[in-house]
Design a protein around this ligand. Structure first.
Ligand SMILES: *Cc1c(COP(=O)(O)O)cnc(C)c1O
Length: 494
């Protein structure tokens, strides 16, 4: 399996080069040059397997240089009982005979980022060995909440790596901040930036290109690396849970082998739904992909009109992990639909210069054959949380609620009631305040007390990693000015 840049197909990369580099030199995303089809009986065979075994099987199709033994070790470590609170890893919950919820938040940080960020460190360190990199990877992350904690948990105490996360001082929830500043591990660092998420992200980009800093780093035996969602090592582990969900539905007699399903995915950077598209390309009988957005509905408009336009108001919503106007992974879908790196390069150049591009009609046709886009605002999101709880006694977080609303809109518009897998991306306990408000609570307790309040209100217990935050001591108090983020890097080098 060879990998190419979405913007240039002349250079070829191995899987380990793609994962070690993260991004192509031309700014494109490193992507497999074709998507392998699962052999005929594969889905039937996978049905009887554990999640870990399914992960090995699916990832092996894309990672020829990795042995089954290696991948088996990785899957055991990434998805084992010390990390995930259910042996199913990504269980499918039946709501009724045509709505199934794929729960991706049973990992150590209670959000779906764990599905990839528990695997990425293994793939990355093995890739560095295979590409004969001898320096230690110094991983920089700017986060608006979920990614930072997910990356810290994934990379904690991983040999050959150090990780430093920057979060905006006043831009993350109390639970999210506590999750980060209490992080354990010898190779981790966390710093608050005096600024907003954009300042943190811009600052990280500047550190990557700071020649003097890179030289100091090199002299001390390090190089900068990224755990960003455009790394192929983060997309690949996400294909697994779509394959797995289909196998579960067949195994449990919910659908017949070969029967078509839809998937509905709450989307921000387009990584999660892209994985569903690739799973479909591999041969999982997925018919439609329903792309759910919050008020930052740039993707809804794109799917409906073929115009991608980021020149619009940015909203801070109660589903903050989807507050994004540049969906980076869409670039990979554009390559799949156009099969033309020059064309993709052109669209991305326009996006860079004017913030807007329009795809050709033929591309839009292909897109609309598969994808449907819907969005909803915070008001609707809360209504859906309340309604799902009433109807099914099933508590969902705001991101999942956006997806449920999209499915509802799709069914109203089309009358199509094909079984649908709705992707549930976070534990409702991560967003206690919004969820409590959605359930009609007038007063919401502050900080970790809101966890207890939600437990009392619903009879559910908070996930252990969140409940245990209370007993953790604060390790990281460093604050940096947005123009002086290198201080945090230097202080970690010692
Ligand atoms: C990151 C995230 C999303 C969006 O996923 P993308 O891959 O960026 O589309 C949705 N929900 C939650 C809870 C997330 O953390």
């Amino acid at each position: 399996m060879q990998y190419i840049s979405t913007r240039d197909m002349t250079a070829r990369y191995t899987a380990s080069q793609a994962i070690a580099q993260g991004l192509a030199p031309d700014g494109g995303l490193l992507t497999p040059c074709y998507i392998p089809r699962l052999p005929g009986k594969a889905l039937e065979d996978l049905k009887e397997m554990s999640y870990q075994q399914r992960a090995v099987y699916v990832m092996k199709q894309f990672l020829e240089e990795f042995s089954v033994k290696e991948l088996t070790d990785f899957a055991g470590a990434a998805y084992g009982p010390e990390k995930f609170d259910t042996p199913a890893v990504a269980p499918v919950r039946t709501l009724d005979q045509n709505i199934y919820c794929l729960e991706l938040w049973h990992g150590p940080t209670c959000a779906f980022k764990d599905m990839a960020l528990q695997m990425l460190p293994h793939l990355l360190t093995a890739s560095l060995t295979k590409t004969e990199e001898t320096k230690t990877a110094f991983i920089l992350v700017a986060t608006s909440g979920d990614t930072g904690k997910g990356a810290l948990e994934g990379f904690k105490d991983v040999p050959g790596t150090k990780i430093l996360v920057f979060y905006p001082k006043d831009g993350v929830s109390q639970v999210q901040q506590l999750q980060m500043v209490t992080q354990e591990g010898e190779n981790v660092g966390v710093a608050a930036v005096q600024g907003n998420f954009d300042d943190a992200q811009t600052g990280v980009k500047r550190l990557f290109s700071d020649k003097q800093l890179c030289q100091i780093l090199g002299e001390k035996g390090y190089f900068f690396s990224s755990a960003n969602s455009i790394n192929w090592g983060r997309v690949l582990p996400q294909l697994v849970y779509y394959v797995s969900a289909y196998c579960d539905l067949v195994r449990d007699g919910k659908i017949a082998q070969g029967q078509g399903i839809h998937v509905c995915v709450p989307t921000g950077n387009f990584g999660n739904i892209l994985a569903a598209y690739y799973a479909r390309e591999m041969g999982v009988p997925i018919e439609k992909l329903i792309c759910a957005s919050n008020s930052n509905n740039v993707l809804t408009d794109f799917i409906r009109t073929g115009v991608y336009d980021r020149n619009r108001t940015f909203y801070n919503t109660i589903s903050p992990s989807m507050d994004i106007l540049i969906s980076s992974n869409l670039e990979r879908l554009l390559l799949a639909l156009t099969q033309d790196t020059k064309e993709v390069e052109g669209y991305m150049r326009q996006l860079n210069t004017s913030g807007r591009y329009q795809v050709r009609d033929a591309v839009l046709d292909k897109l609309q054959k598969l994808f449907w886009g819907y969005c909803c605002d915070d008001e609707k999101t809360k209504q859906v949380i309340g309604k799902m709880y009433k109807q099914f006694e099933y508590l969902i977080d705001p991101h999942t609620a956006v997806a449920m609303s999209a499915l509802e809109q799709y069914r109203e518009q089309t009358g199509d009631s094909t079984p649908c897998v709705v992707v549930s991306t976070a534990s409702p306990f991560k967003f206690c305040d919004s969820v409590l408000a959605a359930l009609g609570e007038q007063e919401v307790a502050s900080g970790l007390d809101a966890l207890d309040q939600l437990s009392q209100r619903t009879g559910l217990s908070a996930p252990a990693p969140l409940a245990s935050l209370r007993n953790k001591s604060i390790r990281f108090t460093q604050q940096v000015e947005k123009g002086r983020m290198e201080e945090a890097v230097l202080s970690m080098l010692g």
